[in-house]
Design a protein around this ligand. Structure first.
Ligand SMILES: [Zn+2]
Length: 333
C-alpha cells in the first residue's frame, strides 16, 4: 500500500517526509503498458517519471495549498515532456511523451537536456480559480550555477526549493518498476521562541533568512545522514527501517502515516466535459477538418488511457451549446 510519513526532529529546526508509492505507481505503469499506441515506458523514462511522481507527492504535502501541484520537465531531447500531478488528497497521476530512442542507462541530460534547453516547471493551480487568476509557475533550468548540466532530478528540485523558499532542502528520490519513493528533509525557518528572537536579532543586523542557508549545523548533520540513503535502500526497505537506520541517534516526532484512503493513490480527473472544452478550444474549423478526415474526433487521455469519442453530432453540440464555458487546458486535462 502506498504511504506518506511526516516527522519532526524534536527541538531542532528540521522536518522530514518520506513517501513510498507501490500500488499507485504500478497502476500508472500498467496503464501505460496496456496502451497499444505507446507501449510501456523505456526504463530510464519510467525511472524519471517515478521520481517526479514521488517528488510531486512530497512537494504537495510540504506546502499548504488548495489545488494541484504539477511538476513538468520540458525536454529538448528524445523525451519531450514529463508530467506528474499531485492533489491535496494525494491523488496522483503522471505521464511522459517519448519520441526518440534512448540508451538503457540514459540520465537526465541525454533524455531532456541534449542542447541545454531543458526546463523544469513547478505549477500551483488553485482548485477554484478566480476570473483572470493565473496559476503560479516557477521555472528552473536543468543546470547548476556554474552552468553544468544536472544529472539528477533531485538536484534540480533542491535548487528550485532553495531559490523559491530560501530554505535548505535535501531530496533523495528513486524509482524502479515496482516502487517510486522519496525522502525530503527541510530546514524550518524557526524553532520556537528562542529562534524567533534569533531571527529578529539577525534581521536587525541585516542578515536575512537567505543568509542562514547552509549554516544551520543541525540541518547540515541531518542532511548528510539523509544523503547517505542509497537507491537500493530507499526502494527496498520499509519506512520504519529506513528512519531507524538513518536517524537512530536523533529524536523523531512522528505523525500518523497517511495511507489507504488518506494516502497517495492513482486517480485521473479527466472527463468528457473537459475534453469537450479542449475541442472547443481548437475552434470550429479545425474540429470540422478532423471530422471530415476521420469521421469522428477521438481524444485519448495520456494519464489514464481513457478514450473519448465525439461524432459530428457531438461536435456540433460542443460548438452550439455552452459557449460561455471555460475551455479546458490542452496540456492537463
Ligand atoms: Zn484520464
Amino acid at each position: 500500500m502506498s504511504e506518506l510519513h511526516k516527522f519532526l526532529f524534536d527541538g531542532l529546526p528540521v522536518r522530514g517526509m518520506i513517501v513510498r508509492l507501490t500500488d499507485a505507481w504500478r497502476e500508472i505503469l500498467a496503464r501505460r503498458a496496456s496502451n497499444t499506441a505507446t507501449g510501456a515506458y523505456p526504463p530510464p523514462v519510467a525511472e524519471l517519471l517515478g521520481e517526479m511522481t514521488a517528488a510531486a507527492a512530497l512537494m504537495q504535502s510540504n506546502i499548504k495549498f488548495n489545488g494541484s501541484l504539477i511538476l513538468q520537465v520540458f525536454g529538448d531531447g528524445p523525451v519531450k515532456v514529463v508530467v506528474a500531478e499531485a492533489k491535496p488528497d494525494l491523488s496522483l497521476r503522471a505521464t511522459a511523451s517519448v519520441t526518440g530512442v534512448l540508451p538503457a542507462d540514459a540520465r537526465l541530460p541525454a533524455m531532456v537536456n541534449v542542447h541545454g534547453k531543458g526546463r523544469c516547471a513547478i505549477t500551483l493551480e488553485p482548485a477554484e480559480r478566480l476570473p483572470g487568476q493565473q496559476p503560479y509557475q516557477g521555472v528552473v533550468p536543468l543546470f547548476d550555477d556554474q552552468r553544468q548540466p544536472l544529472t539528477k532530478l533531485s538536484d534540480v528540485l533542491q535548487h528550485y526549493m532553495l531559490q523559491s523558499e530560501q530554505l535548505d532542502t535535501t531530496l533523495v528520490l528513486a524509482a524502479d518498476d515496482q516502487v517510486a519513493a522519496g525522502l525530503l528533509i527541510q530546514r524550518l525557518p524557526t524553532k520556537g521562541e528562542a529562534n524567533l528572537a534569533a531571527n529578529a536579532e539577525a534581521a536587525a543586523q541585516g542578515i536575512s533568512l537567505e543568509d542562514q542557508i547552509g549554516l544551520n549545523e543541525d540541518y547540515n548533520r541531518i542532511s548528510i545522514l539523509a544523503s547517505s540513503l542509497t537507491r537500493d535502500e530507499l526502494l527496498g526497505l520499509d519506512v520504519e527501517t529506513i528512519l531507524r537506520r538513518l536517524f537512530w541517534e536523533e529524536k523523531l516526532l512522528r505523525f500518523a502515516p497517511q495511507q489507504g484512503m488518506l494516502g497517495p493513490k492513482f486517480r485521473c480527473t479527466c472527463s468528457r466535459e473537459r475534453v469537450a472544452g479542449m475541442i472547443r478550444g481548437l475552434g470550429v474549423q479545425e474540429a470540422e477538418e478532423i471530422l471530415a478526415e476521420r469521421g469522428d474526433i477521438e481524444v485519448g487521455c495520456d494519464f489514464c488511457g481513457k478514450q473519448y469519442r465525439f461524432d459530428a453530432v457531438d461536435a456540433a453540440q460542443i460548438f452550439t451549446a455552452g459557449t460561455d464555458q471555460v475551455p479546458g487546458s490542452p496540456t492537463v486535462q
